[in-house]
Design a protein around this ligand. Structure first.
Ligand SMILES: [Zn+2]
Length: 221
């Protein structure tokens, strides 16, 4: 909801046709984890030519907002712009985000009280503690929480901490699904690992039952 695409005019390298294309410049990870997945894959600002379908990778400054994470704001400048242009674009994106959040705050909820439907409240400290991350490192930077979860899973399995290993494995499947979707290989791998961990917990007659249960748990979540 808070995520924002921008429309720019772009000439296709292949067919030379000039078209208006849509490119994401503001990403709210809370409501659009799939866009975080696209950043991790490096495809956030890939746009297809409407005429010949050629994929073009753009590089516009992007602001990422993650309510539950510190730092809450991450800005990635464009290598195609100079520092002044990037700073100006960063400040503009922060203002847009702030306005959107404040608009939500002011909107009355179902109980008639002023509230923020998304639970967001703008904090000045977010802009002060903004992280600036180069485009080449941005995907890795944003995938760090997933990487930490994976390390946690290894740690709990090694220690024989069955319950926490099960919780970690499940959480990895859910995070992977929200980032990449359920058709993704990364998701299939995480789901398989969840089945393996459930089987290790010894609650099922065999591995096949554990894998079936893993799928059932995830489907119902
Ligand atoms: Zn084209």
């Amino acid at each position: 909801m808070l995520s924002l695409p921008t429309h720019i005019s772009q000439q296709c390298r292949d067919c030379q046709e000039r078209n208006e294309v849509t490119c994401w410049v503001l990403v709210d990870g809370g409501t659009r984890p799939d866009l975080i997945g696209r950043i991790i894959r490096g495809s956030l600002q890939e746009v297809a030519c409407p005429r010949c379908s050629q994929i073009h990778r753009l590089e516009l400054p992007v602001l990422v907002f993650r309510q539950e994470t510190s730092p809450t704001l991450v800005f990635s400048p464009s290598r195609a712009m100079n520092d002044a242009e990037n700073s100006s674009r960063r400040d503009q994106l922060i203002r847009i985000l702030k306005t959107q959040i404040e608009t939500f705050e002011l909107r009355a909820g179902p109980d008639g009280k002023r509230n923020a439907p998304l639970g967001y409240k703008w904090q000045a400290s977010w802009a002060e503690s903004i992280a600036t991350v180069g485009r080449a490192e941005l995907g890795l930077y944003l995938s760090q929480s997933l990487e930490r979860e994976k390390l946690g899973l290894i740690h709990f399995r090694e220690r024989g901490d069955v319950q926490r290993a099960v919780d970690a494995a499940r959480s990895i499947v859910e995070t992977t699904r929200s980032y990449f979707g359920s058709d993704d290989l990364e998701y299939a791998t995480a789901l398989n690992n969840f089945g393996v961990v459930l089987n290790e917990a010894g609650l099922f007659a065999d591995a096949a039952s554990a894998h079936r249960e893993a799928l059932n748990i995830i489907r119902s979540s």
